[in-house]
Design a protein around this ligand. Structure first.
Ligand SMILES: Cc1cc2nc3c(=O)[nH]c(=O)nc-3n(C[C@H](O)[C@H](O)[C@H](O)COP(=O)(O)OP(=O)(O)OC[C@H]3O[C@@H](n4cnc5c(N)ncnc54)[C@H](O)[C@@H]3O)c2cc1C
Length: 403
């Protein structure tokens, strides 16, 4: 444990013993999980005047929010329309959060295309549908692609979907900035601290038990990502998930080469404002690694293996952006998607345990700012937000494969 972690722990332990002070709302909330979703909820709760304690088993942005591609979007894959709209609203909310917390975001839009005429035809149909849903997306010609991305190698008779509203963010930095802002409003952040259980009195939540002590609390928010067993154990409701892994390679900083998020056949890439390229792929690690992946590692067992995958991704990206021949891979991570079975977020409570709020989702980078605001309102004021009705944990989960 370094000095910063020690100080955070010491502050929180003293808070845990005397219980967190009551803020203007009089509500004491523990947010379990300091990924981008938990951080956004904690920030909005602190803004609303709640006394917030954030705990994390490992540390801020150490799981999916580190191993993510971090494309902020409301693309064709966000189906059906209510889910598309949720993402659209959140993309807009990112703009206000960007200004509020000075979060660096690349707002260059995105370019996406596929191999094969059939899939390209379907993409054009999906983009046409998006337009009817208010998304300013369009299919553009190779000439227009060249105007947007002069360095990109793009087939002259091909077309790409251009979504000008999209962006990309450094998810670790964004998480840290949200937590810092929450702390400046009185929130306490503790790690490593694992949520172990809850104490109830006549069905009401009175405390949470953690590896660093007992915290008296009125509400608990479970923003623990892909931890499948926790909702059942802590909130008394099973959330079926089908987490999938993805590999993300990050380069050393390069001069500006790319403006948009590029989703090309087999490989995705964007260049962050710090110059680093983030490269991902739609397919996860090859399935012959089943045994190694069973323990859901976030890092490769050997640095050489990590570099092997980094080089593989870099070579795939270089096919489309030859200037990447100068790139060097700095870091390669494995991310595990928090993925409810139907691909939609889980937002709300089990009516039998109304003080434990679940916030588990994919596309958590796109959704974090809006989810933070809506969840904070529901936790503090307990209104029913119509926008969140399709995402309640009590729904029936059908298996839908989109990622
Ligand atoms: C490869 C990949 C690519 C992706 N691409 C995109 C994309 O382009 N755009 C997009 O919008 N989304 C994308 N996603 C999804 C997005 O990254 C996630 O939805 C988001 O990061 C989830 O954030 P979170 O805070 O809910 O979860 P996490 O970041 O996983 O945070 C959960 C936290 O809970 C903590 N925790 C777990 N159990 C406990 C416990 N018992 N006690 C205390 N703490 C605990 C963990 O340590 C962790 O820090 C991608 C994900 C992956 C893996």
């Amino acid at each position: 444990m370094d000095r910063r972690q020690f100080l955070a722990l010491a502050t929180a332990l003293s808070a845990a013993v005397v219980s967190p002070g009551r803020a203007a709302t009089g509500i004491r909330v523990v947010v379990a999980g300091a990924g981008i979703v938990g951080a956004s909820i904690a920030y909005e709760l602190a803004k609303a005047g709640a006394a917030v304690t954030v705990i994390d088993r490992a540390g801020p942005a150490t799981r999916a929010s580190r191993g993510t591609f971090a494309w902020i979007n409301a693309t064709w894959a966000k189906q059906p329309q209510h889910y598309h709209q949720l993402n659209q609203s959140s993309v807009m909310t990112w703009h206000s959060l960007e200004k509020e917390l000075k979060i660096p975001i690349t707002w260059g839009g995105s370019l996406e295309w596929f191999a094969g005429d059939e899939r390209q035809k379907r993409l054009a149909e999906q983009i046409a549908e998006q337009v009817t849903w208010g998304e300013p997306a369009q299919m553009i010609t190779a000439d227009k692609v060249r105007e947007l991305e002069p360095q990109l190698s793009f087939n002259a008779d091909e077309r790409a979907a251009y979504s000008p509203n999209d962006g990309a963010v450094d998810p670790v930095l964004a998480t840290e900035l949200m937590l810092k802002a929450a702390q400046s409003l009185g929130a306490v952040v503790v790690y490593p601290s694992e949520l172990q259980n809850v104490s109830l009195d006549s069905g009401r939540l009175v405390a949470v038990q953690t590896s660093t002590g007992r915290i008296k609390v009125d509400r608990l928010v479970l923003a623990t990502g892909a931890e499948e067993a926790l909702p059942g154990r802590i909130a008394g409701i099973e959330i079926p998930q089908r987490t999938t892994p993805g590999i993300i390679a990050i380069s050393e900083p390069l001069p500006p080469l790319l403006n948009t998020v590029v989703a090309a056949p087999g490989v995705h890439m964007h260049q962050r404002l710090d110059g680093r390229f983030v490269i991902g792929e739609q397919e996860g690690p090859p399935q012959n690694h089943g045994e190694r992946l069973a323990g859901r590692p976030n890092d490769f067992p050997l640095p050489e293996l990590a570099m092997e995958h980094g080089t593989r991704l870099l070579n795939a990206a270089q096919q489309y952006l030859p200037a990447l021949d100068r790139a060097k891979i700095e870091n390669v991570v494995v991310g595990w998607r928090p993925l409810p079975l139907d691909g939609h977020p889980v937002l709300g409570v089990n009516p039998d345990r109304p003080d434990v709020y679940l916030a588990i989702m994919h596309s958590g980078v796109s959704l974090a700012p809006l989810v933070g605001q809506l969840v904070s309102k529901e936790v503090v004021d307990a209104p029913v937000t119509a926008q969140l009705e399709p995402y309640r944990p009590t729904r029936t989960f059908a298996r839908v494969t989109r990622y």
